[in-house]
Design a protein around this ligand. Structure first.
Ligand SMILES: [Ca+2]
Ligand SMILES: [Ca+2]
Length: 242
């Protein structure tokens, strides 16, 4: 369940929980709840018992939650299914952090889990798999590859624009997944350009912008370590004796 953008007025300086308000003498059992971006408290327990059954996200740290902070929720929108839902960014801590083996569909009817585990709240990110997401290439040396695959069938074409940092070359620089080829893994080849500069080994990245998937434009990156092969020459000042 996702509870977001609800409001409860403060009375006498006391918050009544725009997201969750647990009244005195009642017991609140929570698991896999996502309560964030509410006004008047994301979860307020008024002298009553909260039983944390694991993996709850409460933006303002109320109710002894396991996760807090910015849930990176996106505006309420038609993301498929019978009701509007709050999607979230790919980098949201809600993604893949649910208590395992307890959720089988999300509020839209999308099967859970997607990716490494189920997501917190009402929305399951139908994401993609990147393998590996860290690699090493040698300057002027052999190319390496990584693969990208979607985890669910998209409703239309999904494009992924690939942008390597300086010193890297990638092929291709754009991927397209369609509703018919979405489950076929696509590979990207990476190589490091040869040069005559002594730069030392360095860490760069390949950025990706994904459009047309889940009504959300999102980004991810793959980390690349470049090993420098250029010999380094050092010059010392010539000391002259009088
Ligand atoms: Ca997931
Ligand atoms: Ca070099």
């Amino acid at each position: 369940m996702t509870l977001a953008e609800n409001k409860a007025d403060e009375i006498g300086g006391y918050q009544f929980g725009g997201g969750i308000h647990n009244t005195a003498s009642s017991i609140l059992n929570m698991r896999n709840i996502l309560s964030a971006d509410n006004s008047g408290g994301d979860c307020v327990s008024r002298g009553s018992q909260v039983i944390n059954n694991g993996n709850n996200f409460v933006g303002d740290e109320g109710c002894s939650a396991d996760f807090s902070g910015d849930a990176q929720l996106l505006p309420l929108a038609d993301n498929g299914g019978p009701t509007h839902t709050h999607a979230f960014s790919f980098s949201s801590p809600a993604r893949d952090n649910a208590f395992p083996a307890t959720l089988f569909i999300d509020q839209r009817g999308v099967a859970r889990p997607q990716g490494n585990a189920s997501d917190l709240g009402a929305y399951e990110w139908a994401g993609f798999t990147i393998m590996p997401n860290e690699l090493t290439v040698v300057e002027g040396g052999d190319a390496e590859t990584y693969s990208v695959a979607l985890t669910t069938r998209p409703s239309g074409n999904v494009t992924i624009a690939v942008s390597p940092d300086g010193g890297l070359e990638t092929t291709p620089n754009s991927l397209t997944f369609t509703p018919s080829n979405w489950n076929i893994v696509q590979e990207i080849t990476v190589s490091a350009e040869s040069n005559s500069n002594c730069e030392g080994n360095r860490q760069v990245q390949i950025s990706h912008i994904v459009t047309g998937y889940e009504s959300v434009t999102t980004e991810f990156s793959v980390g690349v370590s470049i090993q420098d092969t250029t010999p380094c020459t050092f010059y010392f000042p010539v000391l002259q004796s009088n």
